[in-house]
Write a protein that binds this ligand. Structure first.
Ligand SMILES: [Zn+2]
Length: 254
């Protein structure tokens, strides 16, 4: 998800989903495309929110032109609520968020096939016989397991219940940019940039069942220590032991 910087882990991913076009989410794209090509890796697939495909194709074309060698890639636009398969039974689904630059949240889900309730007590041989007789659709149902939801950037106007699978994701990564009280770091700053302020978390998290909550996208005006100190004041106690923080790397501070 996203390429604000191109990390070694990102480089190994042949499919990357972008949430929106702000620089801190896409600035690593050039490195990503170039280093993958340098190492002879497969042309990547970029999954983008619908509306962003033209811009991203144009940028990649321009970068290729600058180097007199075009970049091979596939850009796949997905509309809100739309899905794209990403292999090994995994799917990416777009869910709506609210941000100054149009974008999307992404939900990773797995689809598996299992025996319908009514057939669970049947002996194995009987199940095999029915399958051989072409009764697979009668026997099996598809279940959807939401694994990871990533908000990308969003304001508190986001309604995660718009896609109930998002509420059930095992892990939720949620942007929480601002943690202060003054004009530059408080609610006003969050509203201006359409980001989340920490005090808005309880409301946004209503109905979320995640086993792990990962807070990320801290503004550079905050230190991780400051955020860690404030967490118990803003999050309901039941969240605290399953909440994790992604801290910005010192070298990424500008
Ligand atoms: Zn943004």
């Amino acid at each position: 998800m996203d390429l604000g910087v191109c990390t070694p882990a990102a480089l190994r991913c042949s499919t990357v989903a972008l949430t929106h076009a702000h620089a801190d989410h896409v600035a690593g794209l050039w490195t990503y495309l170039s280093v993958r090509r340098l190492y002879g890796m497969a042309a990547p697939t970029l999954v983008v929110p619908k509306g962003m495909e033209e811009g991203i194709e144009a940028v990649i074309d321009d970068l290729g032109r600058l180097q007199t060698r075009p970049y091979d890639r596939q850009v796949v636009p997905v509309e809100v609520g739309g899905e794209v398969p990403v292999g090994r039974g995994l799917w990416l689904r777009s869910f709506p968020v609210v941000h100054r630059s149009p974008g999307t949240g992404w939900l990773v889900l797995r689809r598996t096939r299992r025996l319908r309730e009514a057939f669970r007590d049947l002996p194995g041989a009987e199940i095999a016989r029915l399958r051989a007789a072409g009764e697979e659709e009668t026997l099996l149902e598809t279940v959807e397991v939401p694994l990871v939801a990533v908000t990308g950037d969003t304001s508190a106007e986001v309604d995660l219940s718009r896609d109930p699978a998002t509420l059930r994701a095992r892990v939720l990564l949620i942007e929480t940019t601002f943690w202060g009280d003054d004009q530059e770091r408080g609610l006003q700053a969050a509203a201006l940039g359409q980001h989340l302020h920490c005090s808005q978390l309880p409301e946004v998290l209503r109905g979320v069942e995640a086993r792990a909550l990962v807070i990320y996208h801290l503004s550079q005006v905050h230190t991780a220590e400051e955020v860690r100190r404030r967490l118990p004041q803003v999050l309901p106690p039941e969240w605290l032991d399953r909440t994790h923080l992604i801290e910005p790397l010192p070298e990424d501070r500008i």
